[in-house]
Design a protein around this ligand. Structure first.
Ligand code: ZN
Length: 382
């Protein structure tokens, strides 16, 4: 029997999880630094401006040369980001045995992401720069407004359009489990339109249980990696937690938080682009050559806002845990499930409070088990 700590976590696996987390964080920091300097470099050296001129020599119309610029620029960016993704998303995940995806399947996914992102990004960038040309003073407000609609729309179509591109889904066959989950949803007064099994085992060892979509795309997703390794009580707990998110309208709250951060980001982009006009010899705010700066500011704001957003997210996760404990009322299953998830998903359960504050969007395993223990105590005294 392998050694476990006071919370029940496997000591050896947790040590591995700690190293895994550290490598991921270091790589992310390196990536942030790299792309920040790369963005500054391409506008300082005039590479971006040269690419714009090159694109212009083909098509003089702004819609046209912006498309050419984006196509070439994004492809170069993608190649560099692929290197980082290969290290972080493939190599490290394999080294620690989290991912079992083959390289060819992984590359296929990356190609899909490339095409998908380009198809999405191209019209977005075109419209942003169009609004910069037409309304140079308030383009960021207009862009923000449409981004909000875009975020809501993406969340709506995500489970039905995006997820199936990467995972296979089929209706769950386990009658008893379906009944238990549907009954749980009814108890929480949440309408779900289906329970699906998600084929994740070919790609990852992570267990995934989710309640996704909005309105009539709302569905329960259970990965095969979850179904195969967890008891029905534990799975009920996972879905109980997800129901907690819905009952407390967390998706809406997260969306509002994202929108606020987006508004601040776009305002700061506007400031940065305005103040860099003369420095880099841009032809005005609507000059596509400033796109690397645009991306850089968004990326930096993302990082700076990460602890704020994560602290908000942890609060909501705690609320969902509290809801689950009351709704499902199986705290022992909650604890055993938490231990399994942290081990299986290689989540480090015992991080330094600062690491948790900055990087954890869920409370650490240790803190979540503490919550369940408190619940057990409160039931004893009640
Ligand atoms: Zn959650």
């Amino acid at each position: 029997m392998s050694e476990v700590d006071e919370y029940g976590f496997n000591v050896a696996i947790q040590e591995k999880a700690r190293r895994y987390l550290r490598e991921k964080i270091l790589l992310n920091l390196f990536e942030l630094t790299f792309f920040t300097f790369a963005a500054l470099f391409v506008v300082f050296s005039g590479i971006s401006q040269a690419l714009r001129n090159y694109a212009k020599s083909y098509v003089s119309d702004p819609w046209g040369y912006i498309a050419v610029y984006c196509l070439i620029g994004y492809t170069i960016f993608w190649i560099f980001s692929l290197i980082f993704k290969f290290l972080g998303n493939y190599l490290i995940e394999h080294k620690y045995g989290v991912s079992v995806q083959t390289l060819s399947s992984w590359l296929k996914d990356q190609a899909k992401i490339y095409v998908g992102t380009l198809a999405f990004l191209l019209p977005v960038v075109e419209l942003i720069y169009y609004s910069m040309r037409k309304t140079p003073t308030i383009w960021w407000l207009i862009t923000w407004f449409f981004t909000c609609i875009g975020i809501a729309f993406t969340m709506y179509i995500f489970p039905v359009v995006i997820m199936p591109l990467f995972y296979k889904f089929e209706p769950l066959k386990d009658k008893e489990l379906i009944e238990r989950l549907v009954r749980l949803a009814e108890k929480a007064k949440v309408k779900v339109v289906g329970v699906y099994k998600m084929g994740a085992a070919a790609k990852t060892r992570r267990a995934i249980g989710a309640l996704t979509g909005m309105g009539n795309t709302r569905r329960i997703l259970l990965s095969d990696t979850l179904l195969d390794n967890y008891t029905k009580d534990e799975i009920e707990g996972v879905i109980g937690h997800e129901l907690g998110h819905h009952v407390h309208k967390h998706i809406g709250k997260i969306m509002v938080a994202l929108m606020i951060i987006m508004l601040i980001s776009l305002y700061l982009v506007n400031l940065a682009l305005r103040n860099s006009l003369d420095v880099f010899g841009f032809e005005g705010i609507a000059d596509i050559a400033n796109l690397p700066l645009f991306g850089m500011v968004i990326n930096l704001v993302n990082w700076v806002s990460m602890p704020v957003l994560n602290s908000f997210s942890r609060r909501l996760e705690r609320q969902a845990d509290e809801y689950e404990l009351k709704l499902v009322d199986k705290p022992e299953a909650f604890i055993s499930c938490m231990v399994k998830i942290c081990n299986q998903n290689l989540r480090y359960a015992n991080p330094h409070p600062l690491i948790e504050a900055f990087f954890y969007d869920h409370p650490s395993g240790r803190n979540r088990i503490k919550l369940a223990r408190k619940f057990i105590e409160s039931k004893k005294t009640a």
